[in-house]
Write a protein of this length. Structure first.
Ligand SMILES: [Zn+2]
Length: 192
């Protein structure tokens, strides 16, 4: 079911609109110095999604302060790009989840479907188990999750809890994760 959702073009349109919304909020809030924000996008070539993603997927929305002497960058949280990872956030979450559980999807199948290799899968697993599980976001979120989700079961157990097999559930999950996609924007994308 995760694999089918990841191939659905509608999902990526919705995620694009959520990102535009998060960016608009950040732009309205302005720079911490009070300056106005100007668009300064990062070029991206995201992997793992279906063919024909819109031109919007060729960059990550970001801003620079227009104020002389400040020029601080503000990168809004994103539900499309999980930090600097090359693969789309939805892919990093759901493909990692497919590799877990009692009947994990074979590495060969995941490679055929999403172009994700064994080394990448191992790196993601390490990221979920170490970097993510030790992040402030997860430390705060796990205290509110009942019954508890073990760090070792990330991200599969979390995806299941959020109902990430549906477009709505996956969008909610990515929104909850979005604060970790940026260090330069205090605005929270939501909570678990
Ligand atoms: Zn500024």
């Amino acid at each position: 079911m995760y694999a089918k959702l990841l191939g659905d073009a509608t999902l990526y349109d919705i995620l694009q609109r959520i990102d535009e919304d998060l960016a608009a909020q950040a732009r309205t809030a302005g720079c911490t110095c009070g300056g106005r924000l100007h668009s300064a996008v990062y070029p991206r070539k995201p992997r793992g999604g279906p063919a024909g993603l819109g031109a919007g997927y060729e960059h990550r929305l970001s801003y620079c302060c227009a104020q002389e002497g400040c020029r601080r960058r503000t990168t809004p949280p994103s539900v499309r790009f999980l930090g600097r990872k090359v693969y789309l956030g939805a892919v990093v979450v759901l493909v990692s989840a497919l590799r877990q559980g009692p009947t994990p999807t074979r590495v060969r199948v995941l490679h055929e479907l999403f172009g994700v290799g064994e080394r990448t899968l191992r790196r993601w697993r390490h990221w979920w188990q170490k970097s993510f599980s030790e992040s402030r976001l997860w430390q705060a979120a796990r205290a509110r999750l009942m019954p508890a989700v073990r760090a070792g079961a990330l991200p599969g157990a979390l995806a299941e809890r959020c109902g990430a097999h549906t477009t709505g559930g996956l969008c909610r999950l990515l929104r909850c994760l979005s604060p970790i996609t940026t260090a330069s924007c205090g605005r929270s994308g939501g909570g678990f």
